[in-house]
Write a protein that binds this ligand. Sequence first.
Ligand code: UTP
Length: 227
Amino acid sequence: MRIVVSVGGSVLAPTLGENRVEEYAAVVEGLVADGHDVAAVVGGGGVAREYIGAARELGANEIELDGLGIAVTRLNARLLKSALSPELVGPTIPENYDEAAEALHRGDVAVMGGIVPGQTTDTVTAALAEYVEADLLIYATSVNGVYTADPNEDPDAEHFTELTAGELVEIISTLEMAAGSNAPVDLLAAKLIQRAGMHAYVIDGTDPQRVARAVEGDHDGTAVVPE
Ligand code: UTP
């Protein structure tokens, strides 16, 4: 299978000292050993938020802030790349979809961060998955799927086991309307998933083994299915 995985920055490296990055690299290598093509898109996490917060205070505009965010996502991508076996990755981080597709075409693992201002790596992941005609898209986030509300804020939030892409778009639209909301996947990413008719799982990625199991169809997150 061709698999595109989104790994949130705080999921990959909650702190720099942890060996989560190594565990993620081992999972990616295991998927490659099983014959899968793998692309990983890495987020910026807390480090990106800190840089963005500090630069906003200093007067940077939103596009400049996005540029900082992109730089941190690429830094995290380099971190994951450095933990992967050198035979599996090229010397550079793809900076656009063509470069990522070329890496996959060569038989490499594509590891990348953000691309352009005005979006997040959730969207990069969905767009890349559409571009390279991925069989499966996995969002490894800090919650185990999509809920009716943010489960960290609302104890009555209900979990969805399965959603159509259209239902995902509706739920994310509602969640994003709520102030300070923290939707597990961006609205634009949800719309791309809907448009492309892709299969996606939104899972808890704090244990990287869950990603390996999800590829086998074993997960307790949310499965997004084409309409
Ligand atoms: P993330 O993908 O980590 O954003 O990119 P996020 O969703 O805000 O972070 P989490 O998932 O809640 O931890 C970090 C920042 O980098 C910029 C955006 O400013 C984003 O918030 N970015 C990222 C872009 O502008 N373009 C991209 O393609 C990717």
